[in-house]
Design a binder for this molecule. Structure first.
Ligand SMILES: NC(=O)c1ccc[n+]([C@@H]2O[C@H](COP(=O)([O-])OP(=O)(O)OC[C@H]3O[C@@H](n4cnc5c(N)ncnc54)[C@H](O)[C@@H]3O)[C@@H](O)[C@H]2O)c1
Length: 439
């Protein structure tokens, strides 16, 4: 073990370690860029041949990675994308960033992680470090991955090294990027943890070491459950305060002036993204193994899942007040991405709003400067829409405009001036206006 450890340590410190990143999506690709920008050679692995081909032609499909940057790394021969997993033999470090969704029964779907682990096991060689970054339940690295990796005879912590380090990417966040967010690390053994810490120490501002992969897995779940529960809390406050005739946004803004013991969360049309609506249920599933039924997670899920229906209900009531019915109403939804200024529409509450409105007979269009087309959603197989141009004519001819996501580029004054009814789910319009309702 000493020899393998020392060899990899030397390569990491000298930035000679070849890094392999498996899964080149919203998490994997920024990580690739970060390793490249710090001088490491990186091989990106993905099963999607389109992504591999685009990357090798210097084309990025993620907004914050520019074509220019990619081309430079390709020219310098620092980067290559591939769907040929036998090339895993050529790397010293393998970092896994594949999806961890829920199946149709809201149970963890570990098939991507375990499938990838089996492929890595096939090519595993002494001295390699394997790190899982995908969000998952405590025990995945040690109970699920380790036996697969050891099946070929190599021993974890001795012949190869294994760790879990959760990704904390926050798409669209201008203040923090992968490099400036501290990285939590739990290793199978102290040697595994130290090697992973040395590696990430080369690319991020700080590493936070915890006692085990299980603890690191739980850290990520706590962070996301914390968000889910607090989002649900302010969404419930929104419904109660609205009935009491109090503006929830005013209340949150004032509460946020307290210098301790309060952290503002904001209500909205529900919750979206690949993480917050999904990850908490990984713990729900695992908790059953120790005879515990999670309660906060379920309750938060229930409230947040209800919010798109709440928005639709408010829209119907407002149209009714104008003597209009939802059947045949022309509704324009603004912002289909799940949060402002990003292009990710996974689990977006706007999709639910659109599909519920359509089911009620409304004619629904959407505009989103970041999402030209919305189709291929597992949950909404019949939904196939293209973003329509946001013209004065379209705004005027709509019966209602729903601001589902408050992208910065929208001209909210113009929208309010032209649309007969605006349903604002994000407090994008601060001033009281006759034709604007908050939902
Ligand atoms: N998106 C975020 O903001 C975010 C933040 C923190 C954590 N995470 C977690 O990171 C993980 C990845 O999320 P993401 O948003 O990057 O997903 P993504 O869907 O954007 O990317 C996953 C990539 O993995 C590829 N892939 C799937 N199966 C593969 C396999 N067997 N081998 C190789 N490649 C494979 C897909 O083609 C895709 O390119 C998830 O566990 C997620 O919960 C995501």
């Amino acid at each position: 073990m000493h020899r393998e450890y020392a060899a990899l340590e030397g390569k990491i410190l000298g930035k000679r370690a070849r890094v392999g990143v498996v899964g080149l999506g919203y998490v994997g690709l920024p990580l690739v860029k970060l390793f490249l920008s710090k001088g490491f050679a990186v091989t990106g692995f993905d099963i999607d041949p389109k992504k591999v081909s685009l990357l090798n032609r210097g084309k990025s499909y993620i907004r914050h990675i520019t074509t220019g940057e990619l081309r430079r790394f390709l020219t310098d021969k620092l980067f290559r994308a591939t769907a040929d997993f036998s090339k895993l033999r050529t790397v010293d470090v393998v970092i896994i960033c594949v999806p961890t969704p829920l199946d149709s029964h809201k149970n963890p779907d570990l098939s991507y992680v375990l499938g990838t682990t089996s492929v890595i096991a096939r090519y595993l060689k002494p001295g390699q470090l394997v790190v899982l970054e995908s969000t998952t339940y405590p025990g995945t690295t040690e109970e699920e991955m380790l036996p697969i990796l050891e099946a070929g005879g190599l021993k974890g912590g001795k012949d190869f090294f294994l760790a879990f380090s959760p990704e904390r990417e926050d798409p669209g966040n201008r203040h923090y990027s992968t490099a400036t967010i501290p990285k939590v690390i739990g290793g199978l053994t102290p040697a595994c943890r130290r090697l992973a810490s040395l590696l990430y120490g080369q690319i991020v501002v700080k590493t936070i070491l915890v006692s085990s992969p299980r603890a690191a897995e739980a850290v990520k779940l706590l962070e996301n459950i914390f968000r889910s529960v607090n989002i649900a809390l302010v969404n419930e406050m929104k419904i109660i305060l609205e009935r009491l005739g109090i503006d929830v946004w005013e209340v949150i803004e004032a509460a946020a002036t307290k210098p301790f013991g309060f952290m503002p969360f904001y209500p909205g049309p529900g919750y979206g993204g690949h993480c917050i609506p999904v990850d908490p249920f990984y713990l729900t599933w695992k908790a059953k193994e120790v005879d515990y039924q999670t309660k906060f997670i379920e309750l938060a899920g229930e409230i947040n899942t209800h919010m798109p229906y709440y928005v639709v209900g408010k829209t119907i009531a407002a149209l009714n007040g104008m003597g209009k019915s939802i059947r045949g109403a022309r509704i324009l939804v603004l912002g289909i991405a799940y949060k402002k200024d990003i292009d990710d529409q996974r689990e977006s509450p706007a999709l639910k709003i659109i599909s519920v409105l359509k089911a009620q007979g409304a004619k629904v269009e959407y505009n989103d400067p970041y999402v030209p087309r919305s189709a291929g959603h597992r949950e909404y197989p019949g939904l196939d829409l293209r973003s329509v141009p946001l013209t004065a004519r379209r705004l005027k001819s709509s019966d209602a405009v729903i601001i589902a996501t408050d992208h910065s580029s929208y001209d909210y004054d113009g929208i309010v001036r032209q649309a007969p009814l605006v349903v604002d789910t994000r407090n994008a319009i601060r001033r009281k206006r006759r034709n604007v309702i908050k939902a």
